[in-house]
Unconditional design. Structure first.
Length: 141
């Protein structure tokens, strides 16, 4: 089994994705009426949570509970990637003004909080130097 180091803990990495990132971003853009960088970040954070918790995403049941620490664009990306929504009581929004989310596997009673690195915008620009604008660099990949 593959291992990934997160903080000081090694997590098993085995969650599967049933949809490619591009399709998740299209779904997010439909919910949000346009596509912006925080949606891409939200989708990537959601997919990472699925891998770390070994949950297939987007989920088809109510196994994953997502607690978003901000409102707005990021939440639409999280919802597209995880299929967690406030109406199904699998997505809670607690607006602390943080770009972060906590994901709880309600079956295995495991949880992980994910927040991007503070230098994520700079890293995105380095990763995608041909992007026309800084925000576009965050959507590439």
């Amino acid at each position: 089994m593959d291992k990934q180091l997160v903080g000081n803990q090694a997590w098993a990495v085995k969650g599967a994705f049933t949809k490619p990132l591009a399709e998740l971003l299209e779904t997010s853009a439909r919910m949000h009426t346009r596509l912006c960088p925080r949606q891409g970040l939200g989708a990537r954070i959601g997919l990472l949570a699925g891998r770390l918790l070994a949950i297939d995403l987007p989920q088809t049941d109510k196994r994953l509970l997502t607690i978003a620490e901000t409102d707005g664009c990021l939440v639409d990306g999280l919802a597209a990637a995880t299929n967690c929504h406030p109406g199904s009581r699998t997505l809670r929004i607690v607006d602390y003004g943080k770009v972060a989310a906590t994901f709880v596997d309600t079956r295995d009673e495991q949880a992980v909080r994910i927040a991007p690195r503070l230098d994520i915008r700079t890293l995105a620009r380095e990763y995608a130097p041909t992007a026309r604008q800084r925000w576009e660099a965050q959507l590439v990949g």
